[in-house]
Design a protein around this ligand. Structure first.
Ligand code: UDP
Length: 241
């Protein structure tokens, strides 16, 4: 029997790297289909869903800057990478019959809609999944910050951060044996212990707007629906730890 969802509207943040699957670069169709399936399960619970997708599987601004490129230009390239990923996700969702709209922070008329806050809310109210592309539209930011910003603007009840592991650990559990797994953390814990969950500006923005962050594994089948229903394994970051 399915458990009713705890949240009315959520934002899912997925990194570009998560969409690479086992590849070194780019998009893995199998992984895209898996994530689309996870989203479909939550959509079936009558939860309004919006997404922010990273671009690290294609291009990261800091890498371009390190190679001698102007940082702002490299960041714009990173933002364009998120648009590619967003279109791929739209296609994977629509193959499953889920009506999806991509809204870009950088206007790209022929490709997708421009980001308009009220329009995004309206799409979700109509049961459409909304994908926010091009991050914040500004260089020197990350898609984590874009996720916290859009979750705040959309009045989301929670920000779900999909990762490779089932929560926040004291150290990388894939590298450090015996790393401690946290069930609950406060925003301040994450900031003061410098836990590598999301960057500090994303955590601060979520804190200011009282949006809980739930960190979970996107690889567990049914994991997204479980977290939205308060089941399964995840770390919750909120005001009290
Ligand atoms: N980016 C940016 N402004 C934003 C969001 C992203 O300039 O608001 C650029 C930045 O260069 C970043 C790249 O887009 O490296 C890809 O995003 P991110 O690294 O956050 O992707 P992820 O790690 O989630 O795959």
């Amino acid at each position: 029997m399915s458990v009713p969802a705890r949240y009315r509207r959520v934002l899912l943040k997925i990194s570009g790297e998560a969409l690479m699957g086992d590849q070194e670069y780019g998009l893995d169709p199998g992984m895209l289909a898996h994530v689309a399936g996870e989203i479909q399960s939550v959509h079936a619970l009558d939860v309004q869903i919006c997404l922010v997708i990273g671009g690290g599987n294609i291009f990261r601004g800091v890498k371009g800057a390190a190679a001698g490129m102007e940082r702002a230009t490299a960041d714009y390239m990173g933002m364009l990478a998120t648009v590619i990923n967003s279109l791929a996700m739209q296609s994977a969702l629509e193959r499953r019959g889920i009506v999806t709209r991509v809204l870009s922070a950088i206007t790209m008329q022929a490709v997708c809609e421009p980001y308009i806050r009220r329009r995004a809310i309206r799409h979700m109210e109509k049961g459409r999944v909304v994908v926010f592309a091009a991050g914040t539209g500004n260089p020197f930011f990350t898609t984590d910050t874009a996720a916290a910003l859009r979750a705040s603007e959309m009045g989301c009840d929670a920000l779900l951060k999909a990762t490779k592991v089932d929560g926040v650990y004291s150290a990388d559990p894939q590298k450090v044996a015996g790393a401690e797994r946290f069930k609950r953390l406060s925003y301040l814990d994450v900031l003061s212990r410098d836990l590598q969950v999301m960057d500090a500006s994303a955590i601060s923005l979520a804190r200011e707007n009282r949006i809980p962050i739930l960190v979970f594994s996107i690889h567990n089948p049914g994991g997204f629906a479980d977290v939205v229903s308060g089941k399964g394994l995840f770390t919750i970051i909120s005001e009290e730890s």
